[in-house]
Write a protein that binds this ligand. Structure first.
Ligand code: HEM
Length: 519
């Protein structure tokens, strides 16, 4: 099977088809589109820049998109509630980017979005440490029950306080201490595949997506809750249901200007949220009564002790950060592992190279330790390349809370700034003519040797809000992949349809089916 890696094209076409009806509905929900107001607002605030690159208030484009969508491109039988329309928006952004250049602006409802893919300005924005630039609030408004006010969704000094508590718990030395729990979770996965394969007579066709999710959920449950792991699993199971409920029922994640409605599904979501909060607080109480082992939850608890927060605020910090860490680390790591396996399945030569390396480094050991993982260079190159082509988080978005200036552009308060990671990761000017191809060798001399502007490679983000879990994620990925390649050989199943789609993360729309054989 030939797999083309022209990511943006595939992404765009798959997203465009599956989400068309969705965007019609959402655009109708956008109450007022006021191009004149937007233009005068931006002009008054002094947005400047070369007219050829900065397109102010590109409302007409949005209107045109709507006209095209209404003209009936949506596939029959698709329900608007099943799709996340933000994927469709990305498709248009790509078109606008081709047309207007690296910096342009558009608006949805009353929200102005400045899209920036110009390297120096991307660097300036992503590394900006001012607390006047933060996570856009609209992005999380509709996810209230799911995310709350933890590290992912807060800004300013409140965010800084939470980051200070959580960050040290995910430094490399702490992650090293998590090796045994990660190994246990990976072995569970390998054993479950072995038994499926035995039943299948030596080979099995397995849809692996949920297996990857179980693995990463398992690791985070253990890391967060340590000894209370089984209750942790129950909590995360409910969070998963909440996440599914919210994505299915058409919550307007990622689209500015749309409001949360008190519908039946939203009420269900809030009820589930309450259950999750109660369960987390039960674990906290048990810990306080029983003397405990150090885990992430414990650290969050201790971090809140010396603050002047009341009990309710303390409870919220603990509950919301548990949910945030879970959501930040669960789907992202699972989908990253899925894409790595897809690429290894489609590129047998790389699968062989990685297997040979793992066997050579482990020298008969059935599970690699931390030092062995560090010696697996080919495997690391494959993971870097996979995160380049399929970064689970596709957009870095920020809101400007006070008038600011980036490059020669004055950006007024309230504007949302988006940086499209996929575009930066595949730009031929940065990565060379084979930028869309899977070629892990480009990372043979590290990230600095792989491209002209290494700061544009940012699967884990950059700057003050860089991913806290990147060390954990890399160790999880390396360990899991090392165990898989040393126990199995695999190829793409004929059932696999290559269709990356943007949901919460970029994932294979129909899942990943692999033909797996035990070695
Ligand atoms: C392959 C897996 C992962 C990827 C690709 C990934 C990617 C990212 C990215 C791009 C950001 C920055 C977003 C921004 O700047 O707006 C981020 C933030 C974050 N990630 Fe990850 N992540 C992964 C795994 C994890 C894991 C395993 C954890 C925790 C156990 C985690 C915890 C966090 C947290 C807490 C933040 C928020 C940091 C802040 O806002 O200060 N991530 N992640």
């Amino acid at each position: 099977m030939v797999v083309e890696f022209e990511l943006i094209k595939m992404l765009a076409s798959s997203i465009a088809v599956v989400g068309l009806i969705g965007i019609v509905v959402r655009l109708y929900n956008v109450s007022v589109i006021r191009p004149r107001r937007l233009r005068s607002l931006l002009a008054k605030q002094g947005i400047s820049g070369p007219p050829s690159t900065l397109l102010l208030g590109n409302i007409m484009e949005i209107k045109k998109s709507r006209a095209r969508i209404i003209s009936g491109l949506a596939p029959a039988g698709e329900s608007p509630a099943d799709h996340n329309c933000s994927g469709v928006l990305f498709h248009f952004i790509e078109q606008w980017s081709n047309k207007y250049g690296d910096i342009f602006a558009f608006a949805l409802g009353n929200t102005q979005v400045l899209c920036v893919n110009q390297p120096e300005m991307v660097r300036e924005i992503t590394t900006c440490t001012s607390l006047d630039l933060g996570k856009p609030l609209y992005q999380f408004k509709d996810r209230g029950p799911l995310l709350g006010q933890g590290i992912l969704t807060s800004n300013g000094t409140f965010w800084a306080h939470q980051r200070k508590i959580l960050a040290p718990e995910l430094y490399m030395d702490k992650v090293k201490g998590m090796m045994s729990l990660i190994t246990e979770s990976a072995i569970n996965l390998v054993n479950s595949w072995k038994s499926i394969i035995e039943k299948g007579g030596g080979t099995a066709d397995i849809k692996i997506d949920n297996h990857m999710r179980s693995f990463s959920g398992d690791v985070i449950s253990r890391a967060c809750f340590g000894s209370n792991f089984s209750k942790g699993e129950e909590i995360f199971h409910k969070l998963r249901s909440l996440q599914e409920l919210m994505s299915k029922k058409g919550f307007s994640v990622g689209i500015p200007g749309i409001r949360y409605l008190p519908t039946k599904s939203n009420r269900e979501a809030w009820a589930l949220e309450k259950e999750v909060a109660n369960l987390i607080l039960e674990v906290v109480k048990e810990k306080q009564e029983a003397g405990y082992k150090k885990d992430l939850l414990q650290m969050v608890l201790e971090g809140t002790k010396n603050s002047d927060l009341d009990q309710e605020a303390t409870d919220r910090i603990v509950v919301d950060n548990c949910k945030n860490v879970y959501l930040a680390g669960y789907e992202t790591t699972a989908v990253a592992a899925t894409w790595c396996l897809m690429l290894l399945a489609a590129n047998q030569n790389w699968q062989d190279r990685v297997r040979a390396e793992v066997l050579q480094v482990c020298k008969g050991c059935s599970t690699p330790d931390y030092d062995m993982l560090n010696k697996m260079k080919q495997l690391t190159m494959v993971i870097h390349e996979s995160l380049r082509l399929y970064p689970p988080v596709t957009v870095i978005s920020r809101e400007v809370f006070k008038d600011m200036k980036f490059g020669d552009i004055d950006v007024p308060k309230g504007v949302i700034v988006w940086t499209m990671m996929v575009a930066l990761h595949t730009d031929p000017k940065v990565w060379g003519p084979d930028s869309y191809k899977f070629n892990p060798d480009r990372f043979a001399n590290g990230i600095a040797g792989a491209c002209k502007l290494p700061y544009l490679y940012m699967p884990f983000g950059v700057g003050p809000r860089v991913c806290l879990g990147q060390n954990l994620a890399m160790v999880e990925l390396k360990l899991l992949l090392a165990l898989i390649v040393s126990n199995f050989s695999f190829s793409l199943s004929p059932k696999y349809i290559h269709a990356p789609v943007f949901r919460l993360v970029v994932e294979p729309e129909h899942g990943l089916d692999l033909l797996i054989r035990k070695l």
